[in-house]
Design a protein around this ligand. Sequence first.
Ligand code: CAA
Length: 389
Amino acid sequence: MTTVTGEAAFDLSLTEEQQLVQRTARGFAAERLLPRAAEFDQKGEVPTEIVRELGSLGFMGINIPDEWGGSGLDMVTYVLALEEINRACASTGVIMSSHVSLVCDPLLRFGSPEQKSRFLRPLASGEQLGCFALSEPGAGSDAAAMRSSARRDGDGWVLNGTKNFITNGARADVALVFAQTDPAQKHRGIAAFIVERGTPGFSVGKLEHKLGIRGSDTAQLIFQDCRVPDAHLLGAADEGFKIALATLDGGRISIAAQAVGIARACLEDSVGYAKEREAFGQRIGDFQAIQWMIADMATGIDAARLLTWRAAAMKDRGERYGPDAAMAKLFASDVVMKAARDCIQIFGGYGYLTDFPAERHYRDAKITEIYEGTSEIMKLVIAEDMLGE
Ligand code: CAA
């Protein structure tokens, strides 16, 4: 059961280390991302040098123990950093969170010591980039309906199929790929494989053109008689679906943090503009219509952030946190959609122009209601927790 009954109170104070990481991420975001976020969006690419810099700061393996090349920080610290990165550039935010939450985290949780040593270490240190390949042209919310297959062949597996909507797909060094080993077993016949770029039979297909988060690549991945050794199977052969869903539980906290970050950008930009712009002989911030929008944004952001922190703290404590992560993502994505709409409204006609960041926030916000589980799937997860056995 989620924390609706109120037992899961948590300490809201941040440690010195958490504050230091927050300040570091804020400084990096202000200096390296904010001035160029519009350019990344227009060119459709966050340069590799930015991803490398995130690696040098220790952010690409932020919550992975240092034993495996990461920074060894907790999930709360990770979401603090993510909020700051996303406040400046949501494209950079999702490159980082797909890599950390959807690839490093499952390798840490389900990988063998050999797999951690070989694959997790270079990923967590930021030398390499990872992607998570679950969705397919005909299987999004209904992930178990995937058609990609993994056939046993001697001491390995042969993968065939197409994966869609894969964040970081075009440039990832390592892909975590889910495939059916036995369709008759449905979700219990799904396995997870670690596939390296350059493996024969693995290629990148078309790159998608998107409404928002345009600086992060979204690619199709194609597997044609792609042979992977047994040593690249993550967990047991019948555990792939559970690995995918358990991974997404954590990913959803990072998308909630992304939504909070984008919403904060909407709020801060709106406040700045409302203090400067004048109409009818006064600052537009003196009008109640604008004040109410700003008050709603600020309240929504704070509530969404608290849900996000709570889900992160529950993960850190080793508690069951899936429904709480779903609540945080559901609420935060709703908050950012309203904040982005109101931000454009406050900017008026200027909000509609690409000269100002409001329209980018609006485009970037929408995906938070879709990827890593739609808002409808989040409600399903929460309701199942309330009503299930
Ligand atoms: N963790 C671990 N296991 C879980 C789980 C969880 N959170 N939730 C369910 N399971 C297990 C169940 O115990 C069950 O196992 P058994 O049968 O062995 O007991 C099994 O999974 C199936 O459970 P359900 O019958 O509840 O599964 P379902 O097929 O009805 O699906 C769902 C439930 C909630 C709809 C789930 O499919 C889901 O979350 N779908 C959304 C998928 C999604 O988020 N896709 C996003 C793609 S990734 C992406 O966007 C990446 C990107 O690049 C940014």
